[in-house]
Design a protein around this ligand. Structure first.
Ligand code: C2E
Ligand code: MG
Ligand code: MG
Length: 494
């Protein structure tokens, strides 16, 4: 139905009537105006659609970006706060009550936000259960944190959806932008980062972007930017940590652990960059470098009569195990350096195995054909460990250092270690204790029948030149005072 949009009035002065032609012209003018008006309204409607979220009528991503662009222009009042908001476990609500209920829930929350916030505050829904709020008032971190906490409480209140009353916790990440200094993308990334941190500390809370997060963030960026170069320019190094037989101190294996000699940040531990490599397609390259370098070093030691009865342990990333040419690459490297498969052990973590069991099985079988040993690293921290032990061709498990470290202090951990040792025994697997830091832990392992161990008490990871001295001695002196031995183990004893 069309309604009159406006009235166009003409007043006739004098005694002549409007001629038919004049009336028609005036009607044409009026129609023209009406069309123009309709056009303007359609444009407005289009603009509304382009800038608003369908479901809630809140601003959408585009509108948010435009608004923030404007607020962060040089000379605008600041700091400008942004709250990144995410509902905890909305999926469960959708799953149990249906999507319509989920939609109603989100609409109700949108209305609640609109009613309880300053009319000038921009509230945007980015889709799903993600919202961003940009308060109209400039504010510092403290005020922003308090305001975010208020909003978080607001969201957490109950909502009636059909017959049900439900509530969802929300996590909020807060970041500030300085007009003229911070870009929109930066503010949103920081808020998102803070949100992740709020979520990872249990959800249903508020986190403000901090300097520590900034440092972590910068490190990540830096790693992403420079890691590829590092793989090829010689700034990666391997350190080696000996693993011994606790009863004799004899070195039975070396674990190759990668480090990055960073030009400005010093020697970085793998925790600072291996994850980034995995997330940015560099894991394959990094992994090949590690295997090649460890193999080369190993072969060199063996030529010099060192390390002949020692196994080289190498950690592999999940991405490597599921790559199709991993077995071939491994075979090529072993052949090139003349190393028999059985003196190499690859360490895989349990969560790797969980990701793609079928593919992992194929790779591991290929490795087994070359005689390469496989160990499950950080054992006890993953899921359904038992089924993996049955499904995969594994030779040994390494008990996660978290359990070993507290031996002697925690009865729970003692029970766990005991059961892992028992489990390994009944599956006919080797068992290694990692993270031995105290003599109590070492003695306990021996008492439980776990003789192979690695840890700071025995030796820290060290550069190749240093580990050579230990290899030459063949053993590391330990003073464990084990029952049944009258003297401590010294180099030269068997
Ligand atoms: P992981 O394979 O479980 O290696 C043992 C880690 O525990 C090493 O840390 C080692 O320095 C540390 N450690 C050894 N003994 C003790 C101890 O007594 N107490 C404590 N607190 N820690 C001890 P690092 O070198 O920082 O390596 C961390 C993790 O990074 C490794 O855990 C491994 O999962 C991964 N990683 C290391 N090198 C590589 C690599 O070349 N490739 C891949 N994909 N991952 C690697
Ligand atoms: Mg390991
Ligand atoms: Mg480990």
């Amino acid at each position: 139905m069309t309604y009159p949009r406006a009235w166009l009035g003409f007043i006739k002065v004098g005694d002549r009537d409007w001629s038919m032609r004049e009336v028609n012209v005036l009607k044409a003018i009026a129609a023209l105006f009406a069309q123009l008006q309709a056009r303007v309204e359609a444009d407005e409607r289009l603009r509304y659609i382009a800038m608003h979220d369908d479901l809630t009528g809140l601003a959408n991503r585009r509108a948010l970006l435009e608004h923030m662009e404007d607020r962060l222009r040089p000379g605008s009042p600041g700091p400008v706060a942004a709250f990144f908001l995410d509902l905890d476990r909305l999926k469960a609500l959708n799953d149990f009550l249906g999507h319509t209920a989920g939609d109603n829930f989100i609409r109700t929350l949108a209305t609640r936000l609109r009613e309880n916030l300053d009319p000038g505050d921009v509230i945007a829904r980015l889709g799903g259960d993600e919202f961003v709020i940009v308060p109209a008032k400039p504010m510092d971190a403290e005020v922003a944190g308090a305001e975010a906490a208020r909003i978080q409480q607001l969201i957490g209140r109950r909502v009636t959806v059909g017959e049900e009353t439900v509530s969802r916790g929300a996590s909020v990440g807060v970041a500030l932008g300085i007009p003229g200094e911070t870009t929109v993308a930066d503010v949103l990334r920081r808020a998102d980062h803070a949100l992740l941190s709020a979520k990872s500390s249990g959800g249903n809370g508020v986190a403000v972007f901090t300097d520590a997060m900034r440092a972590q963030f910068e490190l990540q960026d830096d790693v992403e930017l420079n890691l590829r170069g590092a793989v090829s320019d010689g700034s990666l190094v391997l350190h080696y940590q000996p693993e011994v037989d606790l009863r004799t101190g004899r070195i039975v294996a070396l674990e190759a652990l990668v480090r990055w000699q960073h030009p400005t940040r010093g020697l970085l531990p793998p925790g600072a960059f291996v994850g980034v490599a995995e997330a940015t397609n560099l894991a394959g390259e990094l992994g090949r470098w590690v295997i090649r370098t460890a193999a080369e070093q190993f072969a060199q030691w063996r030529r010099r009569g060192l390390a002949s009865n020692v196994v080289m342990r190498i950690n592999v990333s999940p991405v490597q195990l599921v790559s199709l040419d991993f077995v071939e690459t491994m075979e090529g490297i072993l052949r090139r350096y003349g190393i028999d498969g059985s003196s190499v052990c690859l360490e895989i973590t349990e969560h790797v195995v969980v990701q793609d069991l079928a593919r992992t099985q194929v790779t591991l079988r290929g490795l087994k054909r070359m005689g390469v040993q496989i160990a499950i690293d950080d054992f006890g921290t993953g899921y359904s460990s038992l089924s993996h032990l049955k499904a995969l061709p594994v030779d040994a498990v390494k008990i996660d250092r978290g359990f070993v470290q507290r031996l002697g202090a925690s009865a729970d951990d003692l029970a766990i270690v005991k059961s892992i040792v028992g489990l390994a025994g009944s599956f006919g697997l080797g068992v290694v204790g990692e993270g031995v830091e105290t003599t109590v832990a070492a003695r306990t392992l021996v008492a439980l029948g776990c003789y192979r161990a690695q840890g700071f008490l025995i030796a820290r990871p060290m550069p190749a030149e240093e580990v050579e001295q230990h290899l030459a001695a063949g053993r590391i002196a330990l003073d464990l005072d084990l029952p049944g031995t009258s003297r401590s183990v010294l180099p030269g004893q068997s």
